[in-house]
Design a protein around this ligand. Structure first.
Ligand code: GUN
Length: 304
Protein backbone atom coordinates (compact mmCIF):
# COMPACT_ATOMS: atom_id res chain seq x y z
CA UNK A 1 0.00 0.00 0.00
CA UNK A 2 1.34 3.42 -0.93
CA UNK A 3 2.06 5.74 1.97
CA UNK A 4 -0.11 8.86 1.96
CA UNK A 5 1.86 12.01 2.82
CA UNK A 6 -0.35 14.12 5.07
CA UNK A 7 0.29 17.71 4.00
CA UNK A 8 -2.17 19.11 6.51
CA UNK A 9 -0.28 17.53 9.43
CA UNK A 10 3.09 18.76 8.14
CA UNK A 11 1.66 22.24 7.57
CA UNK A 12 0.27 22.23 11.13
CA UNK A 13 3.73 21.39 12.52
CA UNK A 14 5.33 24.24 10.53
CA UNK A 15 2.62 26.67 11.61
CA UNK A 16 3.24 25.66 15.22
CA UNK A 17 6.92 26.48 14.80
CA UNK A 18 6.09 29.82 13.15
CA UNK A 19 3.73 30.70 16.03
CA UNK A 20 6.59 30.04 18.49
CA UNK A 21 8.88 32.33 16.49
CA UNK A 22 6.21 35.02 16.43
CA UNK A 23 5.95 34.79 20.23
CA UNK A 24 9.72 35.13 20.59
CA UNK A 25 9.72 38.19 18.29
CA UNK A 26 6.88 39.76 20.27
CA UNK A 27 9.21 39.82 23.30
CA UNK A 28 11.46 42.07 21.23
CA UNK A 29 8.53 44.28 20.26
CA UNK A 30 8.36 42.92 16.71
CA UNK A 31 5.11 41.78 15.07
CA UNK A 32 5.58 40.48 11.52
CA UNK A 33 3.00 41.81 9.07
CA UNK A 34 1.69 40.60 5.73
CA UNK A 35 -0.07 42.82 3.18
CA UNK A 36 -2.26 40.81 0.81
CA UNK A 37 -3.49 42.47 -2.38
CA UNK A 38 -6.55 40.85 -3.92
CA UNK A 39 -7.83 42.45 -7.12
CA UNK A 40 -11.44 42.01 -8.21
CA UNK A 41 -13.58 38.96 -7.50
CA UNK A 42 -11.92 35.72 -8.65
CA UNK A 43 -13.69 33.14 -6.45
CA UNK A 44 -10.68 30.81 -6.01
CA UNK A 45 -8.40 33.77 -5.19
CA UNK A 46 -10.91 35.09 -2.64
CA UNK A 47 -10.88 31.72 -0.87
CA UNK A 48 -7.06 31.48 -0.90
CA UNK A 49 -6.52 35.02 0.35
CA UNK A 50 -9.16 34.69 3.08
CA UNK A 51 -7.32 31.60 4.27
CA UNK A 52 -3.95 33.41 4.24
CA UNK A 53 -5.36 36.32 6.26
CA UNK A 54 -7.05 33.96 8.74
CA UNK A 55 -3.83 32.01 9.24
CA UNK A 56 -1.94 35.24 9.97
CA UNK A 57 -4.37 35.88 12.81
CA UNK A 58 -4.06 32.34 14.16
CA UNK A 59 -0.25 32.54 14.29
CA UNK A 60 -0.08 36.08 15.70
CA UNK A 61 1.02 37.91 12.55
CA UNK A 62 -0.57 41.20 11.46
CA UNK A 63 -2.33 41.25 8.15
CA UNK A 64 -3.72 43.95 5.92
CA UNK A 65 -6.07 42.93 3.12
CA UNK A 66 -6.20 45.42 0.26
CA UNK A 67 -8.91 44.85 -2.35
CA UNK A 68 -8.70 47.11 -5.40
CA UNK A 69 -11.56 46.75 -7.94
CA UNK A 70 -10.87 44.82 -11.17
CA UNK A 71 -10.88 48.15 -13.02
CA UNK A 72 -7.62 49.12 -11.25
CA UNK A 73 -4.86 50.26 -13.61
CA UNK A 74 -1.23 49.13 -13.64
CA UNK A 75 -0.23 52.65 -12.54
CA UNK A 76 -2.60 52.58 -9.56
CA UNK A 77 -1.31 49.15 -8.59
CA UNK A 78 2.27 50.41 -8.87
CA UNK A 79 1.50 53.28 -6.48
CA UNK A 80 -0.04 50.79 -4.07
CA UNK A 81 2.96 48.44 -4.19
CA UNK A 82 5.45 51.29 -3.76
CA UNK A 83 3.51 52.50 -0.71
CA UNK A 84 3.62 48.97 0.76
CA UNK A 85 7.36 48.77 0.06
CA UNK A 86 7.76 51.86 2.27
CA UNK A 87 5.46 50.79 5.10
CA UNK A 88 7.39 49.93 8.25
CA UNK A 89 4.62 47.61 9.53
CA UNK A 90 4.65 45.50 6.35
CA UNK A 91 7.23 42.71 6.14
CA UNK A 92 5.66 40.69 3.36
CA UNK A 93 3.74 41.72 0.25
CA UNK A 94 1.56 39.22 -1.55
CA UNK A 95 -0.12 40.10 -4.84
CA UNK A 96 -2.60 37.32 -5.44
CA UNK A 97 -2.48 35.95 -8.98
CA UNK A 98 -4.04 35.90 -11.48
CA UNK A 99 -4.42 39.65 -12.03
CA UNK A 100 -6.87 41.04 -14.60
CA UNK A 101 -5.48 40.84 -18.16
CA UNK A 102 -5.08 44.62 -18.56
CA UNK A 103 -2.76 44.80 -15.53
CA UNK A 104 0.90 44.15 -16.26
CA UNK A 105 1.55 41.41 -13.72
CA UNK A 106 5.28 40.90 -14.31
CA UNK A 107 5.99 44.62 -14.11
CA UNK A 108 4.16 44.78 -10.77
CA UNK A 109 5.79 41.68 -9.31
CA UNK A 110 9.14 43.21 -10.24
CA UNK A 111 8.21 46.39 -8.35
CA UNK A 112 7.77 44.55 -5.03
CA UNK A 113 10.82 45.11 -2.83
CA UNK A 114 12.82 41.83 -2.95
CA UNK A 115 13.12 42.05 0.87
CA UNK A 116 9.32 41.86 1.16
CA UNK A 117 8.74 39.40 -1.67
CA UNK A 118 7.33 36.56 0.45
CA UNK A 119 6.08 34.77 -2.70
CA UNK A 120 9.68 34.56 -3.91
CA UNK A 121 8.58 35.71 -7.38
CA UNK A 122 11.00 38.64 -7.82
CA UNK A 123 13.86 38.03 -10.30
CA UNK A 124 16.33 39.01 -7.57
CA UNK A 125 15.03 36.19 -5.36
CA UNK A 126 14.83 33.77 -8.32
CA UNK A 127 18.45 34.64 -9.11
CA UNK A 128 19.56 34.20 -5.50
CA UNK A 129 17.82 30.83 -5.37
CA UNK A 130 19.60 29.81 -8.56
CA UNK A 131 22.93 31.01 -7.19
CA UNK A 132 22.45 29.13 -3.93
CA UNK A 133 22.33 32.30 -1.78
CA UNK A 134 19.87 32.67 1.09
CA UNK A 135 16.63 33.94 -0.43
CA UNK A 136 12.88 34.01 0.03
CA UNK A 137 11.94 30.87 -1.92
CA UNK A 138 8.51 30.45 -3.53
CA UNK A 139 6.09 28.91 -1.06
CA UNK A 140 4.80 25.84 -2.90
CA UNK A 141 8.26 24.61 -3.97
CA UNK A 142 9.60 25.22 -0.44
CA UNK A 143 6.62 23.22 0.84
CA UNK A 144 7.47 20.29 -1.44
CA UNK A 145 10.95 20.10 0.12
CA UNK A 146 9.45 20.26 3.63
CA UNK A 147 7.11 17.36 2.83
CA UNK A 148 9.99 15.20 1.60
CA UNK A 149 12.31 16.05 4.50
CA UNK A 150 9.76 15.85 7.29
CA UNK A 151 8.48 12.53 5.95
CA UNK A 152 12.01 11.15 6.11
CA UNK A 153 12.12 10.48 2.36
CA UNK A 154 15.59 10.49 0.83
CA UNK A 155 16.52 13.25 -1.64
CA UNK A 156 20.30 12.98 -1.91
CA UNK A 157 21.28 11.14 -5.09
CA UNK A 158 17.67 10.43 -6.02
CA UNK A 159 16.51 11.06 -9.56
CA UNK A 160 13.88 13.79 -9.25
CA UNK A 161 11.85 14.34 -12.40
CA UNK A 162 9.87 17.59 -12.44
CA UNK A 163 7.06 17.79 -14.99
CA UNK A 164 6.33 21.48 -15.59
CA UNK A 165 8.65 24.48 -15.98
CA UNK A 166 6.65 27.38 -14.58
CA UNK A 167 8.41 30.24 -12.80
CA UNK A 168 6.17 29.64 -9.78
CA UNK A 169 6.64 25.89 -9.29
CA UNK A 170 8.60 23.89 -11.88
CA UNK A 171 11.77 25.98 -12.09
CA UNK A 172 12.14 26.83 -8.38
CA UNK A 173 11.32 23.31 -7.14
CA UNK A 174 13.96 21.98 -9.55
CA UNK A 175 16.54 24.35 -8.05
CA UNK A 176 15.61 23.44 -4.49
CA UNK A 177 15.86 19.71 -5.28
CA UNK A 178 19.24 20.30 -6.92
CA UNK A 179 20.45 22.13 -3.80
CA UNK A 180 19.37 19.07 -1.81
CA UNK A 181 21.66 16.98 -4.05
CA UNK A 182 19.02 15.24 -6.12
CA UNK A 183 19.74 14.53 -9.78
CA UNK A 184 17.12 16.69 -11.45
CA UNK A 185 15.44 16.39 -14.84
CA UNK A 186 12.96 19.05 -15.93
CA UNK A 187 10.30 17.97 -18.43
CA UNK A 188 7.51 19.96 -20.04
CA UNK A 189 4.76 19.87 -22.63
CA UNK A 190 7.25 19.61 -25.52
CA UNK A 191 9.35 16.81 -23.99
CA UNK A 192 9.62 13.78 -26.29
CA UNK A 193 8.74 10.36 -24.87
CA UNK A 194 7.87 11.86 -21.51
CA UNK A 195 6.90 8.49 -20.02
CA UNK A 196 10.38 7.07 -20.64
CA UNK A 197 11.78 9.88 -18.44
CA UNK A 198 9.10 9.93 -15.75
CA UNK A 199 9.51 6.15 -15.36
CA UNK A 200 13.07 6.82 -14.21
CA UNK A 201 11.91 9.07 -11.39
CA UNK A 202 12.55 8.16 -7.77
CA UNK A 203 10.79 11.43 -6.95
CA UNK A 204 8.18 12.55 -9.49
CA UNK A 205 6.91 16.11 -9.14
CA UNK A 206 3.84 16.84 -11.24
CA UNK A 207 3.29 20.56 -11.80
CA UNK A 208 1.96 20.87 -15.32
CA UNK A 209 -1.57 22.08 -14.61
CA UNK A 210 -3.45 19.36 -16.50
CA UNK A 211 -5.95 17.08 -14.74
CA UNK A 212 -4.73 13.50 -14.30
CA UNK A 213 -1.89 14.01 -16.78
CA UNK A 214 0.50 11.50 -15.15
CA UNK A 215 -0.87 8.04 -15.97
CA UNK A 216 0.03 4.75 -14.23
CA UNK A 217 2.29 3.66 -17.10
CA UNK A 218 4.42 6.79 -16.52
CA UNK A 219 5.34 5.84 -12.95
CA UNK A 220 8.11 3.61 -11.62
CA UNK A 221 6.64 1.30 -8.95
CA UNK A 222 7.68 2.50 -5.49
CA UNK A 223 8.38 6.11 -6.57
CA UNK A 224 7.54 9.09 -4.41
CA UNK A 225 4.91 11.17 -6.22
CA UNK A 226 4.40 14.81 -5.36
CA UNK A 227 1.27 16.18 -7.03
CA UNK A 228 1.22 19.97 -7.15
CA UNK A 229 -1.81 20.18 -9.44
CA UNK A 230 -5.18 21.61 -8.41
CA UNK A 231 -7.69 21.17 -11.23
CA UNK A 232 -11.41 21.55 -10.80
CA UNK A 233 -13.51 19.12 -12.81
CA UNK A 234 -17.20 19.69 -13.37
CA UNK A 235 -18.37 17.20 -16.02
CA UNK A 236 -19.61 13.67 -15.51
CA UNK A 237 -17.27 12.48 -18.26
CA UNK A 238 -14.18 13.83 -16.49
CA UNK A 239 -15.40 12.51 -13.17
CA UNK A 240 -15.77 8.97 -14.54
CA UNK A 241 -12.38 9.19 -16.19
CA UNK A 242 -10.68 9.76 -12.84
CA UNK A 243 -12.94 8.57 -10.04
CA UNK A 244 -15.30 5.87 -11.40
CA UNK A 245 -16.19 3.55 -8.51
CA UNK A 246 -15.01 5.96 -5.76
CA UNK A 247 -18.18 6.30 -3.68
CA UNK A 248 -16.80 9.00 -1.34
CA UNK A 249 -15.87 11.23 -4.27
CA UNK A 250 -19.15 10.41 -5.95
CA UNK A 251 -21.12 11.76 -2.99
CA UNK A 252 -19.03 14.96 -2.85
CA UNK A 253 -19.33 15.47 -6.61
CA UNK A 254 -23.10 14.95 -6.50
CA UNK A 255 -23.40 17.51 -3.68
CA UNK A 256 -21.14 20.23 -5.07
CA UNK A 257 -21.23 19.60 -8.81
CA UNK A 258 -17.45 19.64 -8.94
CA UNK A 259 -14.38 18.05 -7.41
CA UNK A 260 -10.63 18.58 -7.45
CA UNK A 261 -8.13 16.34 -9.22
CA UNK A 262 -4.37 16.83 -9.30
CA UNK A 263 -1.98 16.45 -12.22
CA UNK A 264 -1.64 12.75 -11.39
CA UNK A 265 -4.28 10.19 -12.32
CA UNK A 266 -5.58 8.59 -9.08
CA UNK A 267 -4.72 5.12 -10.46
CA UNK A 268 -1.06 6.18 -10.76
CA UNK A 269 -0.88 6.77 -6.99
CA UNK A 270 -1.54 3.06 -6.44
CA UNK A 271 1.94 2.31 -7.82
CA UNK A 272 3.73 4.84 -5.63
CA UNK A 273 5.78 4.13 -2.54
CA UNK A 274 4.50 7.43 -1.12
CA UNK A 275 2.38 10.24 -2.54
CA UNK A 276 0.72 13.54 -1.75
CA UNK A 277 -3.06 13.36 -2.21
CA UNK A 278 -5.14 16.12 -3.80
CA UNK A 279 -6.56 17.82 -1.86
CA UNK A 280 -4.62 17.62 1.42
CA UNK A 281 -1.09 17.09 0.10
CA UNK A 282 0.98 20.01 -1.15
CA UNK A 283 -1.84 22.58 -0.90
CA UNK A 284 -1.75 23.16 2.87
CA UNK A 285 2.01 23.75 2.73
CA UNK A 286 1.69 26.85 0.55
CA UNK A 287 0.10 28.91 3.31
CA UNK A 288 2.39 27.49 6.00
CA UNK A 289 5.46 28.46 3.97
CA UNK A 290 4.00 31.92 3.29
CA UNK A 291 3.77 32.45 7.05
CA UNK A 292 7.33 31.13 7.51
CA UNK A 293 8.58 33.45 4.74
CA UNK A 294 6.85 36.46 6.30
CA UNK A 295 8.51 35.83 9.66
CA UNK A 296 11.83 35.25 7.89
CA UNK A 297 11.44 38.52 5.94
CA UNK A 298 10.65 40.36 9.21
CA UNK A 299 13.84 39.01 10.77
CA UNK A 300 16.08 39.55 7.75
CA UNK A 301 14.87 43.15 7.31
CA UNK A 302 15.91 43.86 10.90
CA UNK A 303 19.24 42.08 10.53
CA UNK A 304 18.20 39.31 12.93
N1 GUN B 1 -2.17 32.23 -7.08
C1 GUN B 1 -2.14 30.89 -6.97
N2 GUN B 1 -1.12 30.52 -6.17
C2 GUN B 1 -0.50 31.65 -5.76
C3 GUN B 1 0.61 31.91 -4.90
O1 GUN B 1 1.27 31.03 -4.37
N3 GUN B 1 0.91 33.23 -4.73
C4 GUN B 1 0.22 34.21 -5.34
N4 GUN B 1 0.61 35.46 -5.11
N5 GUN B 1 -0.81 34.01 -6.13
C5 GUN B 1 -1.17 32.73 -6.34
Amino acid sequence: MARVLDGAAIAAAIKGEVAEEVKALAKQGIRPGLAAVLVGHVPASEIYVASKVKTCGELGLCSDLITPPDTVTTEEMLDLVLALNNREDVDGILIQLPLPKHVEAKFLLDSVSPDKDVDGFHPVNAGKLQAGRPALAPCTPAGVIEILKRSGLPIIGQHAVVVGRSDIVGKPVSMLLLHENATVTICHSKTRDLGAITRQADILVAAIGRPGFIKPEMVKPGATIIDVGINRITTREEFDQFFAGDSKREAAFAKRGSTIVGDVHPKAFELAGAYTPVPGGVGPLTIAMLMANTVRAAKLRRGL
